[in-house]
Design a protein around this ligand. Structure first.
Ligand code: HEC
Length: 318
C-alpha cells in the first residue's frame, strides 16, 4: 500500500499546481479586454475590412466576396457638387455583412457605443439594402470621441449614390485584399505587429491595444522571416513597385526569397487581353541570362482582380 500513498500525494500536488495556475489564468487577468475602447484605427480598420475574414459563409472559399469598398468621396452623392475636402466613406453594397462593431456595438467601448447608436444610427443599417458609413467626431458625457455614423440614415446616401459619383481610382478594395493576405499565407513570413523593441525604429510604432477591437483575424503572424508590414504603405506608396514586386519579387529585390504572386492577376489584364505568362517567363529568362537589356513589362491588372485588392490593402497600411 505504500506505493499507493505516494500516488495520492502526487495527485494532490498535481491538482494544486494545475488548480493554482488555472485560478491565476482565469481570475487574475491584468486587464479586462472588453473595457478597452476602440481607437480611430480600430474603427476605420473594421469598416474597411468588413465582416470577419476566415472561414465564414459570406466567403467560404476566401475569394474576397461580400467585402466593403473604401471610397475617398470628392463630391456630394446627392447633388454631385464637389466637397471642400475628400471624405473617407465605407460602402456596404446590398448583401455585404457588417463588421463586429456594428453587429455588437458594445465592443466599440464606452462613449463610442452610445454615440454610434444614438447619433450614428448604426442599428438602422440593413444588410439586405446596404449602407454607407463614416467615422465622425462627437461628444459624450463631456468627452470627445470618434464614432461610426450610418450616412444612409443621417444623410440618405445609398451605396449606389456614392458609387455613382466615385471614380474608380478613388475606390479601394481593402477588404478583399485583407482576404488575399490571409488566404495566400503572407503571415507565414510577414508580421503585422512591430514590437516595442528596436523594431519600431525600422518598422514604425507598435500598435495600441484598442487598435484591434472588432478585427478578426488580426493576422499578426508569428515567426517573422520578412519585414513587418503594419506601416508598409508609409515606407513605400508606389503602386508600380508593388506590381513589379508581386509579379516577381526578383524584379526589384534580386535575392528575395518571396514567392511570386503573378497568378493573382487572373487570366486577363486591364484591357481584357489574355495575359501570356509563358511568354513573359521566356522573356524574363532571357533578361536574366543577359540576352535582353530590360525585363519584360509587368501587365497592368484588371479592375476586379485579386492583385488589385492586395495592393490596395498594402497601400492602406500606413
Ligand atoms: C517565403 C516568405 C514570404 C512570403 C510567403 C511572402 N513574403 Fe513578402 N517578403 C519576403 C521577404 C524576404 C521580403 C524582403 C525582400 C523583398 O522585398 O522581396 C518581402 C518583402 C515584402 C514587401 C516589401 C516590404 C517593405 O518593407 O517594403 C511587401 C509589401 C511584401 N513582401 C508583401 C507580401 C505579401 C502581401 C505576401 C502574401 C501575398 C507576401 N509578402 C508573402 C518574404 C515573403
Amino acid at each position: 500500500m505504500a506505493g499507493f500513498r505516494e500516488y495520492k500525494i502526487g495527485t494532490r500536488i498535481f491538482a494544486l499546481a494545475f488548480g493554482g495556475s488555472m485560478c491565476i489564468t482565469l481570475l487574475l487577468p491584468s486587464i479586462n479586454i472588453a473595457s478597452v475602447s476602440s481607437t480611430d484605427i480600430a474603427l476605420s480598420k473594421q469598416l474597411s475590412a468588413g465582416h470577419e475574414t476566415g472561414f465564414n459563409l459570406d466567403d467560404p472559399l476566401l475569394q474576397g466576396w461580400n467585402k466593403p469598398l473604401v471610397v475617398a468621396l470628392k463630391a456630394d452623392p446627392k447633388s454631385g457638387q464637389p466637397l471642400a475636402e475628400a471624405q473617407t466613406v465605407y460602402v456596404y453594397q446590398k448583401g455585404t455583412s457588417f463588421p463586429a462593431g456594428i453587429l455588437h456595438p458594445r465592443i466599440l467601448g464606452a462613449g463610442i457605443e452610445e454615440l454610434s447608436v444614438q447619433q450614428g444610427h448604426i442599428g438602422d443599417a440593413k444588410k439586405d439594402v446596404g449602407a454607407v458609413f463614416t467615422v465622425s467626431k462627437g461628444v459624450f458625457d463631456g468627452k470627445p470621441h470618434s464614432f461610426i455614423e450610418n450616412l444612409s440614415t443621417t444623410k440618405g446616401w445609398t451605396p449606389a449614390d456614392v458609387l455613382r459619383v466615385a471614380k474608380d481610382e478613388d475606390v479601394s478594395h481593402t477588404g478583399k485584399g485583407k482576404t488575399m493576405f490571409v488566404r495566400e499565407g503572407c503571415w507565414w513570413c510577414h508580421t503585422l505587429l512591430p514590437e516595442q523593441t528596436q523594431d519600431w525604429q525600422v518598422f514604425g510604432a507598435p500598435p495600441m491595444l484598442g487598435d484591434f477591437n472588432g478585427e478578426s483575424p488580426t493576422a499578426f503572424g508569428s515567426d517573422r522571416k520578412a519585414p513587418d508590414l503594419m506601416h508598409v504603405g508609409s515606407r513605400n506608396s508606389s503602386k508600380e513597385w508593388m506590381m513589379m514586386h508581386f509579379f516577381n519579387p526578383r524584379l526589384v529585390q534580386p535575392h528575395s526569397i518571396m514567392p511570386r504572386f503573378d497568378y493573382l492577376w487572373g487570366e486577363k489584364d486591364a484591357d481584357g487581353k489574355a495575359i501570356n505568362f509563358a511568354q513573359w517567363r521566356t522573356e524574363y529568362d532571357e533578361y536574366r541570362e543577359g540576352k535582353r537589356v530590360t525585363a519584360p513589362d509587368v501587365p497592368s491588372y484588371a479592375k476586379d482582380s485579386e492583385i488589385r485588392g492586395l495592393i490596395d490593402f498594402m497601400l492602406s497600411l500606413k
